[in-house]
Design a binder for this molecule. Sequence first.
Ligand code: NAD
Length: 420
Amino acid sequence: MPKEEYNPYQELLYTLDEAGQKLGLTKDDYKILEKPERELKVSIPIEKDDGKVEVFDGYRVQHCNSRGPYKGGVRYHPDVDIDEIRALAGWMTLKCSLVDIPYGGAKGGIKCDPSELSQTELKKITRRYTTMIEPIIGIDKDIPAPDVNTNAQIMSWIYDTYSMIKGHNIPGIVTGKPHIIEGCLARQGATGRGVMITILNLYKKLKKDLKGATVAIQGFGNVGQVAAQLLKEKGCKVVAVSDVSGGIYKEDGFDVLDLKNFVGSERKRLLEYEDTNVKHISNSELLKLDVDILIPAALENQITEKVAKEIKAKYVIEAANGPTTRKADEILESKGIVVIPDILANAGGVIVSYFEWVQNKESVRWEDSRTNRRLKKLLTKAFDQVWLKYEEQKVSLRMAAYMVALQRIVETKKIRGIFP
Ligand code: NAD
């Protein structure tokens, strides 16, 4: 769908409303969720390396904090706008409720193209943005984390800037930090690991063997790379991957580790990868491949109505937030394609962020094995609850997930009441 016709926040509200009706709720029970609780728009001026001044737009949207402090990543991307950040914040509220961790939902972003910025410029943007949102964030208020085009280095700058303002170190202000400054080692791979766990849970429910399953992944960044690697370790054949430059296909499956090493931290373009029997494909061709598992792991609005009609995969696992439009979702459902929704499939990241925050608050460090064990436990519990609702109510897995999440938020709100 053209970006100007696509409003992800409206899409979220329609699905939320449907979930409310299916749960037999009245509008009064959940209308409070239709508007984010707080929205901050900031201007971020920096002096660039060539001495010129450029001013960027930044946002922090706090959707709902009934169940705990606001929590959500920060995205750096040229397409960032208020509707996108609102939707991402709302999905965080639902996601944290679904996996039952004590957080609400938030999201932040800066409209910029990081590929055109030097490290010094990125650092300046991050420090100025942190300073501008400092009044509304805090270890028990709102805790940022990485998202598209932000990483452990950027989280370190947020941590450092916030700590400088407050006059003492507050590592729990942000999650997804490097291990050496109280980051949780397992956080970087947590979302991709969660995607793998979700697929294992799905195959177990369907009593199917994952070995030899073919996989195509759109987006080979933090989430896509880890999901690819872990699925390969489980015996899957990763036959196609893509990035913003386009996609590559290899019928007998990629050596994912080699591919990851090639892309590296400087994010080399996948189209430059050379190997025998590799074919170049477009991002839309990748989505239409005849594979068992399709994993959109890039951005919203990728599986549109037009694309959905041509999807041949059996299972779509939404590693990205909001990759499937509502209309497309209906088409996939009518074709019998199983879609594991974003708020479940990619919840591994926020779960391990929660573990990092708990460790920071207590000044302790857990072993990675403990983190991964607990991640699996929480995700599997949420998966089972969604599956039960899906079977009982005969709704899609997305609707089942929204129903579980919404019910929990509404119950919390009822017990707490509306202030004053
Ligand atoms: P990233 O920046 O590390 O990687 C994004 C990847 O998508 C890159 O390979 C990029 O080239 C590619 N890409 C960008 N635009 C594209 C396009 N139009 N077509 C195809 N590929 C494109 O980001 P990430 O952290 O891996 O996040 C990916 C998705 O997962 C996002 O939707 C994000 O919100 C979601 N997510 C991330 C986390 C996390 O922990 N990082 C947690 C939950 C959800």
